[in-house]
Design a binder for this molecule. Structure first.
Ligand code: URA
Length: 212
């Protein structure tokens, strides 16, 4: 059993001035929302860590749980349920009782970025929390990057040269420490444009499960 908990940012983390200002603005506008860094969710003893981009305004930033209430969460949590990586019912609220089995979800950047676009310095400032997640999962085998930004952030914290590991959908990179799996992000934009279909997303999960 894991006893250590991964490092996490304080509610009032001030490392990224732009994100801090944006969160404070949103606390005024939406006082009942979470409006703070969003903690990881799931099983610290799991074999899979899923890394998203950053909380969405009306989703994780509102509810305080990664991908919860976000459009992207519908496909992600349905898929986790389909592959028995989650149990219960996903109701898009953090008190829905959903539990993750053998996997955990985090974000490369823990705070809501304007226009869903974190800048490089913000990804760098949040890197200690990502490496801490990876180091605190004793059974970790696969880190799934949802999108190119998460892929780059994982390579950076594992001190790998990006030129050697190109991002591609359903590509698996064998690193010394873990396998780095890639999927296009399950965002509304990607699913609406057909860049990512449900089948393509499921294909990644089939491949991951076959490697456990
Ligand atoms: N919500 C998250 O928590 N992360 C994402 O990458 C997208 C939506």
């Amino acid at each position: 059993m894991t006893t250590n908990l991964p490092a996490r940012p304080d509610r009032d983390c001030g490392e990224c001035p732009r994100l801090r200002t944006f969160l404070l603005d949103n606390r005024e506008k939406y006082p009942t929302w979470h409006n703070a860094p969003v903690d990881s969710f799931g099983d610290l003893n799991g074999e899979i860590l899923i890394v998203g981009l950053a909380p969405g305004l009306k989703g994780a930033n509102r509810t305080g749980r990664p991908f919860t209430g976000d459009y992207a969460g519908d496909l992600l949590y349905d898929t986790l349920l389909k592959y028995s990586l989650a149990q219960g019912e996903y109701k898009a609220e953090p008190d829905d009782g959903l539990r993750l089995n053998n996997c955990r979800i985090t974000n490369a950047v823990r705070c809501l970025p304007p226009e869903n676009k974190p800048i490089g310095a913000e990804v760098k400032n949040c890197a200690p929390f990502l490496i801490s997640e990876i180091q605190t999962m004793p059974n970790l085998k696969i880190v799934l990057a949802l999108g190119g930004l998460a892929h780059g952030a994982i390579l950076t914290v594992l001190e790998k040269r990006k030129a050697l590991y190109k991002f591609g959908h359903n590509v698996f990179h064998e690193l010394d420490e873990v396998v780095l799996a890639n999927s296009y992000h399950c965002s509304r934009y990607n699913t609406n444009t057909g860049r990512l279909t449900e089948k393509m997303f499921h294909d990644v999960f089939d491949a991951m499960i076959s490697r456990l």
